[in-house]
Ligand binder design. Structure first.
Ligand code: G6P
Ligand code: MG
Length: 215
């Protein structure tokens, strides 16, 4: 088999948690009179919580103390946890389960490669945990995407060389990370926004596992 493993980002690829991150950051922004736009939220996809707050404070032209930053990171996460506590399997994006099913059937290994420290909770809530042979999340990586660490650790955990891995990503930082790691990458989203992917799909309903061999 040309490829042995598929590595999936979580937010925006398997489930749509970007809406919850957006809401939670918007609520936090009230502390410093900042209204996050949809375009700005797009730039927060794939990057860590700490980096997201730094970007937001920069956009807001707000000089925060270390103490404020610490409190706000905690507060944003508490709001986010409250929002995702209601998640369930109906929030898995269209076509995902059928695609994972085909991968298993055809003997591919499956890993998660997410910057989120809450990935474990989201997988549990949506019933996705058991699909994964390895889970690499924000609790085990030290360098954020576009650094390839998260995907290289995934490949290592699966015992696969990078060249035998295909990454699925909705964020530009994630596509860049996969490429930096020497992997093939399928972008999930709009081809006008995502640059550098080997293929872009708008949803998993458009993709058959057999098409991966064309990458
Ligand atoms: C994903 C999302 C980002 C989020 C990051 C950290 O990569 O796309 O928007 O900031 O995870 O998530 P966390 O759940 O740890 O705050
Ligand atoms: Mg994502």
């Amino acid at each position: 088999m040309k490829y042995k493993a598929c590595l999936f980002d979580l937010d925006g690829v398997l489930v749509d948690t970007a809406v919850y991150h957006f809401q939670a950051w918007k609520i936090l922004g009230k502390h410093f009179n900042f209204e996050l736009s949809h375009e700005q939220n797009e730039e927060l996809k794939g990057i860590s919580r700490v980096e997201s707050l730094d970007k937001i404070l920069h956009w807001a032209h707000f000089q925060a103390t270390q103490d404020q930053k610490g409190r706000w990171l905690k507060e944003k996460n508490e709001t986010y946890l409250e929002l995702i506590s209601h998640m369930n399997p109906s929030e898995i994006l269209p076509g995902v389960i059928s695609f994972l099913d085909q991968l298993k059937e055809q003997g591919y290994l499956i890993a998660l490669g997410s910057a989120s420290k809450n990935a474990g909770i989201i997988l549990e809530k949506t019933g996705l945990t058991n699909w994964f042979n390895a889970i690499i999340d924000g609790n085990v990586v030290t360098k954020s995407k576009p650094n390839p660490e998260v995907f290289l650790k995934g490949a290592e955990a699966l015992g696969c060389p990078a060249t035998a891995c295909i990454v699925f990503e909705d964020a530009q930082a994630g596509i860049d990370a996969a490429k930096a790691g020497g992997m093939k990458v399928v972008g999930v989203g709009s081809p006008t926004i995502l640059r550098g992917a080997d293929k872009v799909i708008s949803s998993f309903t458009e993709l058959q596992v057999s098409e991966l061999l064309l990458l």
